[in-house]
Design a binder for this molecule. Structure first.
Ligand SMILES: *[C@@H]1O[C@H](CO)[C@@H](O)[C@H](O)[C@H]1NC(C)=O
Ligand SMILES: *[C@@H]1O[C@H](CO)[C@@H](O)[C@H](O)[C@H]1NC(C)=O
Ligand SMILES: *[C@@H]1O[C@H](CO)[C@@H](O)[C@H](O)[C@H]1NC(C)=O
Ligand SMILES: *[C@@H]1O[C@H](CO)[C@@H](O)[C@H](O)[C@H]1NC(C)=O
Ligand SMILES: *[C@@H]1O[C@H](CO)[C@@H](O)[C@H](O)[C@H]1NC(C)=O
Ligand SMILES: *[C@@H]1O[C@H](CO)[C@@H](O)[C@H](O)[C@H]1NC(C)=O
Ligand SMILES: *[C@@H]1O[C@H](CO)[C@@H](O)[C@H](O)[C@H]1NC(C)=O
Ligand SMILES: *[C@@H]1O[C@H](CO)[C@@H](O)[C@H](O)[C@H]1NC(C)=O
Length: 509
């Protein structure tokens, strides 16, 4: 019923489209677990000339965040504009994890398809159900080797060429690289980051368009949240090499766009699904886990090219941006699924005069099915508040990250009571307070929890309130957790309530 209504509405939108609209396309490039390891973000060692060229033609986002630091949930949020708790993708899609969005959720490819735009996906899909995330053209892991459609940049180039050869309609093309994701867990034969895949050595095959760039561990300058150890540097060096494949892949995709004649009418968005797969990174709500690179390049907005915006931006803003680009109203959505993000196109013209009131929100539930660790987050320019709903449990570690040399190093040194050469203790990483409040201006590393400091009582209360409002607005089933039960059906249908459990004072009974 809901979907039918959308399609009906879109029928009228389609009728209303003008000749001008149909000249405009979108190319959305999402890298997998990519961070700020590129020249544009002042990384000196990792060489990324192609991304840097794109950045020169783009607005560069300095404060862009994912709403969830996990692959499938993040991709579902990108493609629907809805946080994971609202679209139903509570964790990973593949294998035993088996998470999917709700059947009634409407995604970008559906809406765009109904509006007469040709949609395509090349690379990592990792979301479901199929009917919700259906593209006209699909070359994904569902029926290909993920290495071929996600890491073989020659193969990706040829698929992009094939997609662009059909010039019948305006298009939305989503190129989802699997680089620079780890692969020590799934394909260890190719190295920790698949950095050997296609390098021409015996058994590795060759990717004709890729020239690997290699790094020595001793030249790596680690970010603050990585332990200062040899294995972490080796890990990073491998990731850098895989970044060179991503970078050259982006260069090839852009070349295809140019050769097909679409450079002057295509909006190009580059970003990543979540933070890097290192401690405090992916699966965390700390900035090191949710901060992501983002560039947006528009042929029709040249005012702010190679400028930086400090406006707080979320991946939840991607869908509204694409809808505005294609002149599709956000109001087509049912009240229950109204988008809370904003179009980023106005930012391409000018920086807002006041960004101090801005906030971005986060909502994480699981990653792997075993990793039940719901967290909610609000980040303003100055503060970050995290609600660890399952705070009595140890912070869960995923299969992929567990096997990484960096984490194994932390574990080994902790077991041996040796200096782990990290800015946290492992026990601190595992056991977190229910609330974490950080003053990012004085504590960008998020080490001093102010949630239980009376000096910050007022700010804590205010942020808690804003977070609650957002959870309520987005229909969060965890709205009242963990100290109350949300009752919103039957007698409470029109008057939802958080009904207290008194579990904080259990010892009294
Ligand atoms: C994968 O499936 C899509 C349709 O869903 C089809 O167009 C494409 O050719 C298939 N690719 C392969 C390699 O079978
Ligand atoms: C081109 O795309 C249109 C719209 O998706 C489709 O109907 C048509 O069959 C495609 N043409 C070719 C040659 O694949
Ligand atoms: C990458 O794709 C190209 C073109 O399809 C192919 O020739 C090459 O063998 C592939 N490389 C690997 C490592 O699979
Ligand atoms: C883009 O370039 C092509 C070929 O030069 C031209 O025909 C077309 O009008 C241009 N489109 C825009 C929007 O500038
Ligand atoms: C955008 O769509 C509305 C109707 O939904 C229409 O009135 C308007 O002219 C369109 N704008 C452009 C630039 O085509
Ligand atoms: C950690 O310890 C295990 C078991 O002793 C060993 O196999 C592994 O190489 C060590 N890894 C690191 C990174 O220290
Ligand atoms: C609370 O915060 C204030 C201001 O930052 C600081 O001076 C004080 O030491 C903190 N109190 C505790 C108990 O940490
Ligand atoms: C959520 O917001 C609505 C509208 O403001 C309000 O009526 C409702 O009581 C809120 N829910 C809870 C559980 O507070």
């Amino acid at each position: 019923m809901f979907r039918f209504r959308i399609l009906l509405l879109l029928f009228f939108i389609e009728k209303g489209r003008t000749e001008n609209d149909i000249k405009q396309n979108v190319l959305l490039i999402i890298a997998d677990d990519a961070g700020f390891q590129m020249g544009t973000y002042r990384e000196k060692i990792c060489q990324t000339p192609n991304l840097d060229i794109l950045a020169k033609k783009s607005l560069i986002f300095n404060k862009a965040y994912t709403s969830v630091s996990s692959c499938s949930p993040s991709r579902s949020a990108i493609l629907t504009g809805l946080p994971s708790h609202q679209n139903g993708m509570y964790g990973l899609h593949q294998g035993e994890n088996h998470f999917n969005s709700f059947d009634e959720i409407v995604s970008l490819p559906q809406v765009l398809g109904a509006a007469g735009i040709r949609t395509g996906i090349i690379g990592k899909k990792h979301v479901g159900p199929k009917a919700t995330y259906k593209f006209d053209y699909e070359q994904t892991e569902e029926n290909n080797s993920i290495l071929q459609v996600g890491r073989n940049i020659t193969h990706i180039k040829l698929l992009v060429r094939e997609f662009l050869s059909n010039k019948s309609k305006p298009f939305f093309l989503y190129v989802a690289f699997h680089d620079p994701h780890r692969c020590g867990h799934t394909n260890p034969e190719y190295g920790q980051f698949c950095e050997k895949f296609g390098n021409g050595e015996e058994g590795m095959g060759r990717i004709p368009d890729w020239t690997g760039i290699y790094y020595q561990p001793d030249e790596i300058i680690l970010p603050y949240y990585i332990p200062d150890t040899l294995e972490a540097k080796q890990d990073f060096a491998a990731q850098y090499t895989t970044m060179s494949r991503l970078d050259q892949g982006v260069g090839l995709v852009l070349k295809e766009l140019e050769d097909a004649g679409f450079l002057n009418n295509t909006l190009i968005i580059y970003s990543s699904d979540n933070g890097i797969p290192f401690p405090n990174g992916r699966t965390n709500m700390y900035d090191s886990g949710v901060g992501i690179p983002m560039f947006i390049s528009s042929p029709f907005h040249t005012e702010r090219r190679y400028q930086v915006t400090n406006s707080l931006t979320s991946l939840l803003d991607i869908a509204p941006t694409v809808y505005e680009w294609f002149n599709i109203s956000k109001n087509i959505f049912d009240k229950k699924y109204r988008l809370t993000g904003k179009s980023l196109l106005p930012l391409l013209e000018k920086e807002p005069s006041d960004t101090t009131k801005e906030a971005v929100f986060g909502s994480h539930n699981l990653h792997e099915v075993t990793m039940n660790y719901p967290m909610r987050m609000i980040r303003t320019q100055r503060y970050k508040l995290i609600h660890n709903i399952n705070y009595n449990a140890p912070f869960p570690i995923d299969q992929d990250f567990y096997l990484s040399p960096t984490f194994q190093g932390i574990l080994n040194r902790s077991r041996a009571h040796k200096d782990i050469r990290w800015y946290k203790k492992l026990s601190q990483y595992y056991y977190r307070k229910e609330w974490e409040l950080f003053d990012l201006k004085h504590d960008s590393e998020e080490l001093t929890n102010l949630a239980y400091n009376d000096t910050y009582k007022v700010i804590f209360k205010e942020l808690k309130h804003r977070l609650f409002e957002w959870q309520n607005q987005t229909g969060d089933p965890w709205l009242c957790a963990p100290h109350a039960v949300l009752e919103n059906k039957g007698f409470f249908k029109n008057d939802p309530q958080c009904m207290p459990l008194d579990n904080e004072i259990l010892q009294l009974y």
